[in-house]
Design a protein around this ligand. Structure first.
Ligand SMILES: NC(=O)c1ccc[n+]([C@@H]2O[C@H](COP(=O)([O-])OP(=O)(O)OC[C@H]3O[C@@H](n4cnc5c(N)ncnc54)[C@H](OP(=O)(O)O)[C@@H]3O)[C@@H](O)[C@H]2O)c1
Length: 294
């Protein structure tokens, strides 16, 4: 799996297509999708057009997509997976993730709520039930690897212990303000890739991009704050997802190089702690635009 991944959580379909093409042109070969993002069709079209224009073969591109919370019941997994494949226009995906460990009421409503506005969860299915259904997708050769997203170490341990096919990847929020060190150490010991989302702190300002330590390292090494944050993520042994929307930013985010050890250590010692995305506690995404909610 290429360490530098392009994330497709982009609300606008036109921007989804142009940003995906730009990412391909800049050199990204790892694309992170999800049925919940509502734009697999646009991502698939952009990948096909970009790959044809650039002479890039399917095998050179690593594509991930994710099973949404309302499809956790085992009988819903294969249909949801096949629908994602069809929207992406692919015969297989390289990686299929359970988007969050929370099962929502099964059905086509991706955001089922009661009259008080509370999420309706589904207590009739366990994460292991869903995992077993993903294992059979691997058995049938339609996805090369499976994993989990928005997962805590506790929940990962219970799946890891029971799984016939072990998780290959866990995708979680991770950056200098949320290093997830314990989870990363476990993943390294077990040969699982930790795939960091929000490596730029979702680009929020004030935030990581303006952190004084990041800014001073950037000035010292002649890179931008974004390049420093992405380099730190790769250097500590994670893969990452970033979502540049223009060709210039895609090139910037792809052009990273190793930090001097003292700069790397200085960033690792940052004490600020902040979780930006509460999805790990509730299954409800914090960064899906309102217009995409059903
Ligand atoms: N599993 C999950 O629950 C989950 C949750 C969230 C995200 N994800 C995945 O992770 C991917 C990455 O999302 P993210 O928000 O973490 O991406 P990110 O790249 O860390 O943050 C995106 C933000 O950073 C800004 N940005 C990008 N490159 C920049 C640069 N070089 N300099 C300054 N600002 C820059 C963008 O600004 P502009 O908009 O102005 O370009 C945007 O506001 C998503 O697309 C999705 O695939 C997964």
């Amino acid at each position: 799996m290429p360490a530098l991944g392009f994330g497709t959580l982009i609300p606008d379909p036109v921007v989804t297509m142009s940003a995906t093409r730009d990412a391909l042109e800049a050199g990204f070969r790892h694309f992170d999708c999800a049925e919940r993002y509502g734009n697999e069709h646009e991502v698939g079209e952009a990948l096909q057009a970009g790959a044809a224009a650039g002479g890039i073969a399917r095998e050179e591109i690593f594509v991930t997509t994710k099973l949404w919370n309302s499809n956790h019941r085992p009988e819903r997994v294969e249909p949801a997976f096949l629908a994602s494949l069809a929207r992406l226009g692919l015969d297989y995906v390289d990686l299929y993730l359970i988007h969050t460990p929370f099962a929502f009421q099964a059905g086509d409503d991706q955001d089922p709520r009661d009259q008080n506005g509370n999420v309706i969860y589904d207590s009739g299915v366990t994460l292991l039930d869903t995992w077993r259904a993903l294992e059979s997708l691997v058995d049938h050769g339609r996805c090369r690897a499976i994993g989990l997203s928005d997962i805590t170490l506790d929940k990962l341990l219970s799946i890891y212990d029971s799984a016939r096919i072990k998780p290959a990847v866990v995708q979680v929020e991770s950056h200098p303000y949320l290093p997830e060190t314990e989870l990363l150490e476990f993943c390294k010991a077990k040969g699982i890739v930790l795939l960091a989302f929000a490596p730029l702190g979702h680009g929020m300002k004030p935030g990581l991009l303006e952190d004084p330590i990041i800014s001073s390292v950037a000035a010292r090494v002649g890179k931008t704050p974004a390049q420093v944050l992405l380099a730190w993520a790769v250097q500590r042994g994670t893969a990452l997802l970033t979502t540049p929307k223009t060709l210039a930013r895609a090139k910037e985010n792809f052009d990273i190089s190793a930090l001097p050890q003292d700069a790397f250590d200085e960033i690792t010692r940052i004490q600020t702690r902040q979780r930006l995305n509460d999805v790990v506690n509730t299954g409800s995404p914090g960064f899906i635009p309102q217009s995409k909610k059903t």
